[in-house]
Design a protein around this ligand. Structure first.
Ligand SMILES: Cc1cc2nc3c(=O)[nH]c(=O)nc-3n(C[C@H](O)[C@H](O)[C@H](O)COP(=O)(O)OP(=O)(O)OC[C@H]3O[C@@H](n4cnc5c(N)ncnc54)[C@H](O)[C@@H]3O)c2cc1C
Length: 456
């Protein structure tokens, strides 16, 4: 079959691109090998944040006595948590199907695995299809590590751990990024003993030390064991448990092991060579700022090109690529701000540069820092853990970067994001009248810590 556009993968960019291109009059095929909606809906944001909400409910109930509220013993029914999660995931899958069906006759969904067999030509379910334009949105999957003995033990990935219906007695997590942190806190709150084995010096290694230390302190307060500088090299079954051994000699033993060490692109079985699509040495598709691959007429969006792996980033790729394909946009994605949030409690939210990155790039900055617990509302609602930092350009007074650790920091970040996007001076935060008592008041107090914004 020959069409105008083929989209491979129904991820966060693929679905809106396929639907909108069909609605604009193109004949479009979208191919999906697994469940509709990709990682976000099925194994990423939706299921994790649904389960994080259950974990938080347990945490709040356990701490209610601090606010003078008696609850009695708190127990978590993990099977019920997983059933609720599955029901919400199903709702989203159905919404994605409705979105595709609603795009009209020009859009055809093929459920099967696509493979390139030539330039802009794919094979799926034994049939071949060609298009003027092919958009690759194949996403990524959990990475494994060459740990001796790992294949002999029953280890969990970020996907399979969300199917457990009985809580682990002791969950050992290999990794220290956001997925490791979110699951670590979640299962601690479900009642498991949790040990996080992180190879680097700190959790969330991309962040400034002050930020990582804030989350490590919060984790220790909750009784999560955080082992740093622990490079796991071997795993073995021992008396029905799993023992893991580190290069430095440390070892620990738990009932379950979660491996959360990043994600690899789904490009290994895609036939990229046949299509002339170049990959980098980690298997990510090489693209320019306009998502063009080395093959003419073939674009790549979302996690598979090695940019920041977030749903909002993939969705934003769709927005930009759509405008490029419609001839309404000159530039690509250069200069865009990519925010991120770790949905732990306190959350870790960041946009723009960290202090370490500013230093490495030789960028001039002023930095302000303030404990989250200095915010009146944080004290009132008993959510004082965390720290906030902002970097400001001394010449333009624009915000270069912000990192917030605190309750609903992901929501708070958006006030700063708007200013960053608008290219406005951070002085706007001083001049605006903010509501008392709101958490956002803390952002005003934070920037006033800088000499230039201090009230005299
Ligand atoms: C545990 C976890 C938690 C996360 N939490 C968050 C979060 O809170 N916020 C956030 O922004 N991001 C989060 N993410 C990341 C987010 O899920 C991804 O960045 C996002 O889903 C990427 O979307 P995508 O469009 O690149 O592709 P995906 O959503 O991965 O979709 C790719 C699709 O392509 C299909 N496919 C692959 N190969 C083929 C083929 N050959 N033929 C046909 N179809 C194919 C796959 O089946 C898949 O459905 C999380 C990820 C994980 C694992």
């Amino acid at each position: 079959m020959k069409v105008d556009v083929i989209v491979i993968g129904s991820g966060q960019a693929g679905v809106p691109l396929a639907a909108r291109l069909a609605e604009s009059g193109r004949d479009v095929i979208i191919v999906e090998a697994g469940h509709l909606g990709g990682s976000c809906v099925n194994v990423g944001c939706t299921p994790t944040k649904t389960m994080v909400a259950s974990a938080r409910a347990a945490h709040v109930a356990r701490g209610a006595a601090r606010l003078g509220v008696e609850t009695g013993a708190v127990a978590v029914d993990l099977a019920a948590v997983v059933d609720r999660k599955n029901a919400i995931v199903e709702q989203w899958r159905a919404r994605v199907r409705r979105r595709l069906e609603g795009a009209g006759e020009r859009l055809k969904l093929i459920e099967g695995r696509a493979r390139f067999v030539g330039e802009r030509e794919i094979e799926v379910n034994g049939e071949r299809h060609m298009a003027e334009t092919v958009i690759v949105n194949v996403g990524a999957r959990p990475r494994t590590l060459p740990i001796r003995g790992l294949e002999q033990v029953d280890w969990l990935s970020s996907s399979t751990i969300m199917e457990l219906r009985k809580r682990p007695d002791h969950l050992v997590i290999i990794g220290g990024g956001y997925v490791a942190c979110e699951f670590g806190e979640m299962f601690r709150r479900f009642g498991s003993q949790v040990t996080i084995m992180q190879r680097g010096e700190h959790l969330l290694a991309r962040e400034d030390t002050e930020i990582s230390e804030a989350i490590e302190e919060a984790f220790r307060t909750e009784g999560i064991e955080v082992v740093l500088n622990a490079e796991v090299v071997e795993a073995e079954e021992r008396d029905g448990d799993v023992a893991v051994h580190c290069a430095g000699g440390q070892q620990t033993q738990g009932s379950h092991v979660l491996v959360a060490v990043g994600r690899v692109p789904n490009t290994d079985d895609l036939g990229c060579e046949a299509a002339g699509i170049e990959l980098d040495d980690r298997g990510f598709i090489k693209v320019d700022d306009s998502y063009r691959t080395s093959a003419v007429g073939v674009y790549a969006v979302g996690d598979c090109y090695g940019g920041p792996q977030f749903t909002h980033n993939s969705w934003d790729d769709h927005r930009i690529l759509y405008d490029i394909l419609m001839g309404r946009r000159e530039g690509g994605r250069e200069g865009r701000i990519v925010p991120s949030v770790v949905f732990t409690d306190p959350q870790v939210a960041r946009a723009g540069l960290s202090e370490r990155e500013a230093k490495a790039q030789g960028i001039d900055y002023e930095v302000a820092q303030m404990p989250f617990g200095h915010i009146a509302r944080a004290i009132e609602i008993d959510e004082t853990a965390g720290v906030m930092r902002v970097l400001v350009d001394p010449k333009t007074e624009r915000i270069l970067g912000a990192a917030l650790v605190g309750y609903e920091a992901g929501e708070l970040l958006h006030s700063l994001l708007m200013l960053m996007q608008a290219g406005t001076s951070a002085r706007a935060l001083v001049d605006v009248q903010m509501v008392h008592p709101a958490l956002a008041e803390g952002l005003q107090t934070l920037v006033m810590k800088l000499e230039r914004f201090a009230l005299r």
